[in-house]
Design a protein around this ligand. Structure first.
Ligand code: TPP
Ligand code: MG
Length: 694
């Protein structure tokens, strides 16, 4: 095949195939060069990705963050070379953190040559935030498809709120590609079930039915009838029997676009490693480079120059420019014109859309946030949270969320007039009902965040385990997702150890970039939300009590605004000169205050530090941290109804941690507090021991 003069003479089918084979061979060459990666699936799915991008998607490579673009999610993230190839061939432009276009390509051919190397945009798996044009980070199988459900919910919600007669501001679709692995992961089932319940007809999943996973043929572990399963959920199920038939693929995608009232699932029968004489349909094609000799044979089967590497033949860039490039540019220009007249007609709504896109908060977003009066009986963290959520959701139009069937317990229900439930027939509702699907909930919250909505999800803290993979991805993607976790410790008393978190705080604190907050009273809850809402690029989890906590008298104690520093001196020794420091979070802060008062009465100069957030405290200046925890005061006691793991960093090796070293037990809370040592006298004794005064 000539690579110079062929383009103008080619038929449509020939240029299609040339583009498809360019994706295939770039993938083959990149994996070979890196000596690692996954060539087989890009070889099998190149026609699919080509068809979605070049024939169907409304995506403008010149502006990959245009709000009404169609979304593409590669849930089988190991096939990342598909995405790097197509982002490169469409000349998708890079955008920075400030949403500015940089005038340079998102993925260069050099990046592809340096696939999987340090600094290359073509990383092992698709990385949101790092590479423009990647809509979500994928790699942990199942997360991508579940996140796509959040994106589809977001599109429906945006359309319900912002579209006006004659102004279809939001009418985009979401395409997700997934493999056998995604189909096997539970999160995909949770998400698929909810997507059908919600009638998300803007959502299309294409299942790469290649019968191969890492260990071999799927007959060893995966023999269910996937089509029947999705029919059971209520999806529109289509099948394309030949993954090389771009016309059939296009036809199925068009059927999706015409289908109303339910999401579409396209089963695509494909061959992993397509075209490789010895690797096609084998597990080796999944994760091993083909090897130089097999590459030559494969390229020969494609009619490709056998020794060419990283070849983009003449006509390929032009063909993408004439396809997705022209269609996307046209769609964006039309939309921009439409949005300009929308702006003139509905200036407030347009301003909201613009603020939302920049992840800004509307003016007066925190007006009417409650201030809670001192009260020794107090209020449960979850209760205060519910009041705050109901204020925030009224002040911030695009703030919405819900619980995994624990709304009445989590106190996350939005009860103000007009809040509404998000359902197929009411897609403008602000109360999301995730059902008992915590894992999908986490991914859906991320999908909302990726769509620039401010979303939250809630459950009991113990079940954060079921959300954790999505929380981790929100941190990796630098998304401002919000997770509200109640029943944070042994307050669940009689429910027993299955419901009493122990290691969860430590485990979540270990996630880089995640903000973990465990407020001590109702006013700290308010201040926690004030901090969280201002985050642009970090997720946050709020860890709240089930039981009432005394609302501290802020005339006597320091202001709750100290929460913004992660830890602050709540109550101090006379003259600000402590000999022992008591550090606590959440429900244990008032316990520390009780102990502190006993110590003061005995003439012991103690200080109480309320530490709702390690992460935020660690961001403060050394000077501030030393002012809260003066290095010279070595006598320290930390109290927290959670694993003691990690507290040494604040109490030092000689300090004492009153925490959990075992699982909890089933009993009334009071008895548990006694059994596990969460009583003022225990704290007093520990403080004295620290001071060498028994
Ligand atoms: C949650 C999760 N578990 C395991 C893996 C490791 N893994 C990567 S690809 C893969 C097999 C996937 O098979 P399939 O989705 O059919 O992909 P194909 O080989 O067909 O491309 C596995 C187990 C992963 N990435 N994520
Ligand atoms: Mg497979």
């Amino acid at each position: 095949m000539s690579t110079t003069q062929a383009a103008p003479l080619m038929t449509n089918a020939e240029i299609d195939l040339l583009c498809v084979n360019t994706i295939r061979t770039l993938s083959i060459d990149a994996v070979q060069q890196a000596k690692s990666g996954h060539p087989g699936t890009p070889m099998g799915l190149a026609p699919l990705v080509y068809t979605i991008w070049n024939r169907i998607m409304r995506f403008d490579p010149q502006d990959p963050i245009w709000p009404n673009r169609d979304r593409f999610v590669l849930s089988n993230g190991h096939a990342s070379m598909l995405l790097w190839s197509v982002l490169h061939l469409t000349k998708t432009q890079a955008v920075n953190d400030e949403y500015e276009r940089l005038g340079q390509p998102s993925v260069t051919l050099e990046d592809i040559r340096r696939f999987r190397q340090l600094g290359s945009k073509a990383a092992g798996h698709p990385e949101y935030h790092w590479v423009s044009g990647v809509e979500t980070t994928t790699g942990p199988l199942g997360q991508g498809v579940a996140t796509s459900v959040g994106m589809a919910i977001a599109q429906k919600w945006l359309a319900a709120h912002y579209n006006m007669p004659g102004f279809e501001i939001f009418d985009y679709n979401i395409y997700a590609v997934c493999g056998d692995g995604c189909m096997m992961e539970g999160i995909a089932s949770e998400a698929a079930s909810l997507a059908a319940h919600l009638g998300l007809d803007n959502l299309c999943w294409v299942y790469d039915n290649n019968h191969i996973t890492i260990e071999g043929n799927t007959r060893i572990a995966f023999t269910e009838d996937v089509a029947t399963r999705f029919l059971g959920y209520g999806w529109n199920v289509l099948r394309v029997g030949d993954a090389n038939d771009t016309d059939r693929i296009e036809h199925a995608l068009e059927t999706f676009r015409k289908t109303k009232g339910r999401p579409t699932f396209i089963i695509l029968d494909s061959h992993i490693g397509y075209g490789s004489p010895h690797r096609q349909d084998t597990a080796e094609a999944h994760g091993e480079p083909l090897g130089e000799e097999e590459i030559r044979l494969t390229k020969r089967s494609y009619g490709w120059p056998e020794d060419a590497k990283f070849l983009v033949p003449d006509g390929v860039y032009d063909h993408f420019a004439a396809g997705v490039g022209a269609r996307g540019a046209n769609a964006r220009h039309e939309w921009t014109k439409l949005f300009d007249s929308y702006k003139a007609t509905y200036p407030e709504l347009a301003a909201q859309i613009e603020q939302m896109q920049r992840r800004e908060l509307p003016a007066e977003w925190d007006r009417n946030l409650p201030v809670f009066p001192a009260d020794s009986k107090g209020m449960a963290g979850r209760e205060a949270s519910g009041k705050v959520l109901n204020v925030l959701a009224q002040n911030i139009p695009w703030f919405l969320g819900g619980s995994a069937d624990l709304g009445p317990s989590n106190k996350t229900l939005l009860t103000f007039e007009g809040a509404g439930d998000f359902q197929a027939i009411s897609p403008g509702g602000k109360n999301l009902h995730y059902g008992v699907r915590e894992h999908a909930m986490g991914a859906i919250v991320n999908g909302l965040s990726l769509s620039k909505l401010r979303g939250f999800g809630a459950t009991f803290f113990i079940f954060s385990d079921y959300v954790r993979p999505a929380i981790r991805l929100s941190a990796l993607m630098e998304l401002p997702s919000i997770f509200v976790f109640t029943h944070d410790a042994m307050g669940d008393g009689e429910d027993g150890p299955t419901h009493q978190p122990v290691e969860h705080l430590a485990s979540l604190r270990a996630i880089p970039g995640l903000v973990t907050l465990r407020p001590a009273d109702a006013n700290e809850v308010v201040e926690s939300y004030r901090y969280i809402m201002r985050l642009h690029h970090k997720p946050a989890i709020l860890v709240l009590s089930r039981q009432p906590l005394p609302t501290l008298d802020r005339n006597k104690f320091a202001s709750a605004s100290g929460v913004a520093h992660g830890a602050y001196v709540l109550a101090d020794a006379p003259g600000g000169n402590p000999e022992v420091i008591l550090i606590a979070s959440g429900s244990e802060v008032s316990l520390a205050v009780d102990a502190h008062e006993k110590l003061l009465a005995e003439g012991i100069r103690s200080r109480v530090v309320s530490m709702p957030s390690w992460d935020i405290f660690d961001l403060q200046t050394q000077e501030y941290r030393d002012s809260v925890l003066p290095p010279k005061v070595k006598a320290r006691v930390a109290v927290e109804q959670a694993s003691t793991f990690g507290w040494e960093r604040y109490v030092g090796t000689s300090g004492r941690v009153i925490g959990m070293k075992t699982f909890g037990a089933s009993a009334p809370l009071k008895e548990l507090q006694r059994k596990f040592g969460f009583e003022p006298d225990g704290v007093v004794a520990a403080a004295k021991e620290q001071l060498g005064r028994e």
